[in-house]
Design a protein around this ligand. Structure first.
Ligand code: ADP
Ligand code: MG
Length: 253
């Protein structure tokens, strides 16, 4: 999709858990060639929103569109098929397996059938193609030198990038990242931000939930701020930083 194309659209999305309103009329667009950050205090509803726009959970009300298709009540594999890939808050890698195997396995899980069943039926040519694609994504992410290293022996920052490479192996148009900078050291955050800038320049749309304000402010094109499930601000990093409701929410003013 051309830069600026709306990839993901949430319109007045509401999610209730019994009497609790975890998301209240949340709207957001994520466009190709743009990093959109979703921020807010703990319990604000960020993960709830993420789950609804990736098919993990259904909205109580409202509309979710991906690639201009209505996605309400469709399973997460339908989102994957339309070009969405996501990473999870906690690293999910097979530590004893090499980086390339982890990335290949991830690409394969995105295929239609169950990976284990089809793994057994995988012929040599398919396996070679899968591993070649995995290596391409690892190179793209700057981890070429570590392709054959067991995932567990990489630093946390590199493991997070392996997860991104794995997400990219399905050739997504939009990437959802759940707290990718959490627990990373300064230089690891810098490397991660550089990679995300590169992917943005290549035309991906990126939606990122992140706690680290410095990371978000330096990277995002647009920011949506949630508090108690409600959007209290939306705009560029500068606009959001100057917003009094945001200052109050974060400084307890
Ligand atoms: P965040 O990710 O911003 O920290 P969450 O989306 O996890 O916030 O949670 C928003 C609110 O919804 C919280 O009050 C949380 O306790 C509640 N919540 C989240 N998931 C569930 C669930 N499955 N059942 C009941 N309440 C939930
Ligand atoms: Mg959360």
């Amino acid at each position: 999709p051309a830069a600026g194309t709306v990839l993901l659209q949430a319109r007045n999305v509401t999610k209730r858990f019994g009497g609790l309103v975890a998301n209240n009329n949340v709207s957001m667009d994520v466009k190709a060639g743009e990093v959109h950050a979703l921020i807010g205090p703990n319990g604000a509803g960020k993960s709830t929103f993420f789950n609804m726009v990736s098919g993990v959970d259904d909205a109580t009300e409202g509309e979710v569109r991906l690639m201009d298709q209505a996605m309400l009540r469709r399973p997460s594999r339908a989102f994957a098929r339309l070009g969405m890939a996501r990473t999870f808050q906690h690293v999910r890698l097979l530590g004893q397996r090499s980086v390339v195997e982890n990335v290949a396995l991830g690409a394969h899980q995105r295929a239609q059938r169950g990976w284990l069943a089809s793994m057994l039926r995988l012929d040599r040519a398919e396996e070679v193609a899968l591993l070649a694609e995995a290596r391409r994504q690892i190179e793209r992410c700057g981890l070429g030198a570590h392709a054959d290293t067991p995932a567990a022996s990489l630093a946390l920052g590199q493991q997070r990038i392996v997860e991104i490479a794995r997400a990219l192996a399905g050739q997504p148009a939009i990437l959802l990242l759940d707290e990718p900078a959490a627990g990373l050291r300064h230089l690891e955050k810098k490397a991660l931000a550089d990679l995300l800038r590169q992917l943005r320049a290549e035309g991906l749309g990126i939606l990122v939930v992140e706690h680290d304000m410095e990371f978000v402010m330096n990277l995002a094109d647009r920011i949506t701020v949630l508090e108690f499930g409600t959007v209290i601000a939306e705009g560029t990093p500068l606009e959001v930083q100057r917003n009094q409701r945001v200052l109050d929410a974060y400084l307890g003013g």
